[in-house]
Design a protein around this ligand. Structure first.
Ligand SMILES: [Zn+2]
Length: 434
């Protein structure tokens, strides 16, 4: 593989310098990069005006393969991820068959390696078939070639307290983490949107904030009790922020994620009954949005995770009640974070790297992702033009589905190039070599 010399890009938006990538690593930075003998026949990339960050890592992606290859495949989802600046994604197990055995997680892992655009790290189901009845073969998945460390029944909550306790206990043996989709099922039966003023006006069954907060509170206590790691998926309410903040003050080993759509959109979008705005957990209020932004800035919320959830048009473009919940996220996440966090001054570029790369990699125990932009580190990088804007168009995204809630919005920041272990996966904003 040819060496790459990136000239004058700014790590974390700070001092521009040269970066030499060779043999999968950043082998030299600054004046040493150009002086290195490997720079002589390197490909030169003009990084002037570009910000360089460690490649982004998504803890929460739905790739739909195996089973729903009409909505997304490992290949199409990997392309969307690379174009969005990602070098690794964690694939949720709600596939068909469910990723609840070593065989299925290894299949997804190998598909990801064959595509080769991002590292696809499978998440294993907590319970067999995600049915919430008995634990899946967690240890077999952990010791498989996929080396699973994150387990989740996402889409459904592990609502049985005893099963949740057992799962938290079990994964300690291999430093695993349970990623909980916090939704008390009885409190959300038939729920169609956030329970509040707008749901009352529209006459739609509400999804109350307390259904999320009660599960998070319970799980933090359980995690404390057994001394295990808990990760809260797509935290969406100001009350959940308070619960997690209190648990962290107590010393609970809990981490939490927020999605880009919960950082930007509110429940009044539902007024037009456009199912593109149907998502689980639902869009909340403006008060929740500002609490989530503040919590992400303060570190109460640890990471941004996309919950990228492609749906085929027959499942999504139907009447509100029957539409599948979920939204695309991989190609818009960085721009939404720039819009909601960086431009208002809530996070700087180092903060963006922390919440979109370093911390998600650490939670998922990926050792060669989310590393600093520095000599000797793996060359997993994204180059961003912070001054470019773009208009989101679902038809032009790489996903096989078009359900972006940001359709027609103008967002800041463009991914110019992505490197996975020194190999260019995206160049000039397009998939490399295509
Ligand atoms: Zn979920």
């Amino acid at each position: 593989m040819r060496a790459v010399l990136i000239r004058g890009a700014a790590p974390y938006g700070e001092q521009p310098l040269d970066l030499l990538l060779a043999d999968g690593s950043i082998v030299a930075t600054g004046p040493a990069a150009g002086a290195d003998e490997r720079a002589a026949d390197a490909e030169i990339v003009d990084g002037a005006g570009l910000v360089v960050l460690p490649g982004l890592v998504d803890l929460h992606t739905h790739l739909r393969e195996p089973g729903r290859e009409d909505a997304e495949t490992v290949a199409s989802g990997s392309a969307a991820a690379a174009l969005g600046g990602y070098t690794a994604v964690f694939a949720m197990p709600n596939t068909d068959p469910t990723a609840d055995t070593a065989g299925v997680v290894e299949q997804v892992y190998r598909l990801g390696r064959d595509v080769g655009l991002v590292d696809v790290q499978p998440i294993g189901a907590v319970t067999v078939g995600r049915k919430g009845e008995r634990l899946a073969e967690l240890a077999a998945m952990a010791t498989s070639a996929a080396a699973v460390r994150v387990f989740s029944d996402d889409g459904d909550c592990v609502s049985d307290a005893l099963l949740m306790r057992r799962a938290l206990e079990y994964v300690k043996a291999f430093d695993g983490v349970i990623a909980q989709h916090a939704q008390e099922p009885r409190l959300t039966q038939g729920a169609q949107m956030h329970e509040g003023e707008v749901s009352a006006r529209l006459g739609l069954t509400g999804w109350p904030a307390v259904a999320e907060e009660a599960i998070i509170a319970r799980d933090c206590l359980l995690a404390d009790h057994v001394g295990s790691r808990l990760h809260v998926c797509h935290l969406s309410t100001s009350g959940s922020v308070e619960v997690v903040a209190a648990a962290k003050r107590r010393g609970t080993t809990v981490t939490a994620e927020v999605t880009p759509h919960h950082l930007l959109l509110t429940d009044d979008r539902v007024v037009g009954y456009d199912p593109v705005f149907k998502v689980n957990p639902p869009l909340r209020t403006a008060g929740d949005v500002s609490a989530l932004r503040k919590a992400l800035a303060d570190g109460v919320i640890d990471v941004v995770a996309t919950d990228h959830a492609p749906h085929a048009s027959q499942d999504k473009e139907t009447e509100w009640d029957n539409a599948s919940p979920g939204m695309l996220g991989l190609q818009t996440a960085l721009s939404v974070v720039l819009q909601t966090m960086l431009l208002p001054g809530l996070l700087d570029w180092r903060g963006v790297a922390r919440v979109m790369s370093e911390t998600p990699a650490r939670i998922g125990r990926l050792t060669d992702q989310g590393r600093p932009v520095a000599t000797g580190e793996p060359a997993n990088l994204v180059l961003i033009d912070p001054d470019a804007g773009w208009t989101v168009d679902g038809d032009s995204l790489a996903s096989l589905s078009g359900n972006t809630p940001f359709q027609g919005m103008e967002l800041p920041g463009r991914v110019v190039a992505t490197y996975l272990r020194g190999r260019c996966t995206v160049s000039a904003g397009m998939l490399a070599g295509r």
